[in-house]
Design a protein around this ligand. Structure first.
Ligand SMILES: C[S@@+](CC[C@H](N)C(=O)[O-])C[C@H]1O[C@@H](n2cnc3c(N)ncnc32)[C@H](O)[C@@H]1O
Length: 206
């Protein structure tokens, strides 16, 4: 999703809105330095498990209803997608208590993060910004991206599609505003695609 090179995995990484994903657990196990923030981390592991188990079948059913909207290469079919996501959640849950004690999972929300300027080399954010462009306005996107750029030297956001499967209409204004703030904003191809058309990330460099 973020075209990460091996050298990126050696950087100090912030994952914003990581939810029950396993990136933090897996990278930490391999000696990486990664912190995840999500308001979901205020809850216990068992509460997060129940919520994901309650919500996920509905999300999977939505995908299964419109299989033509997705590229079935990484995931072979909806049940394969479901089992991969559940094993990612389990890897996250096994790591959650120890990771929270170590300060790797922090209950915090954009657009206000409890970090110093440039505390991270790279911030990544997936399936949060742009994905809800109908409900979340352009000003909130700009505030979130300025905050990510404050705490990290580089920011990568994926995907750039809104609910309708088209590139978010917020993107041009967001990129212009960030450029005016002295942040270089460019779209870059990534090697991953599940949602059809989700082939690019936004890359911000101060
Ligand atoms: C669709 S999930 C994506 C999870 C993960 N990034 C992934 O791609 O699998 C969106 C996540 O954003 C979190 N979230 C919602 N509002 C947020 C905010 N203001 N700041 C940070 N995270 C937020 C939610 O709790 C949820 O875990």
């Amino acid at each position: 999703m973020f075209a990460l090179a091996d050298s990126d995995l050696e950087r100090r990484i912030l994952g914003a809105g990581d939810g029950p994903a396993s990136f933090n657990a897996e990278l930490s196990r391999h000696g990486g330095r990664v912190v995840s923030v999500d308001p979901m981390y205020q809850f216990s592991a068992s509460a997060i498990r129940s919520r994901v188990q309650r919500v996920y079948p509905g999300l999977l059913a939505q995908v299964a209803q419109k299989p033509g909207n997705y590229q079935w290469t990484t995931f072979k079919n909806p049940s394969h997608l479901g089992s991969i996501r559940m094993s990612a959640m389990n890897a996250f849950l096994e790591d959650f208590d120890a990771g929270r004690d170590a300060g790797r999972y922090i209950d915090a929300s954009l657009p206000s993060l409890p970090f110093d300027d440039d505390e991270f080399d790279l911030a990544v954010c997936s399936h949060l910004l742009f994905a809800y462009s109908e409900q979340v306005g352009v000003d909130q996107h700009i505030a979130a991206l300025l905050e990510l750029s404050r705490v990290a030297t580089e920011v990568r956001v994926y995907p750039l599609l809104a609910e309708d499967g088209k590139v978010s209409s917020h993107l041009p204004v967001v990129m212009r505003t960030l450029a005016d703030a002295g942040i270089n904003a460019e779209m870059a191809k990534v090697p991953y695609q599940f949602q059809k058309g989700a082939t690019e990330m936004l890359r911000l460099i101060k």
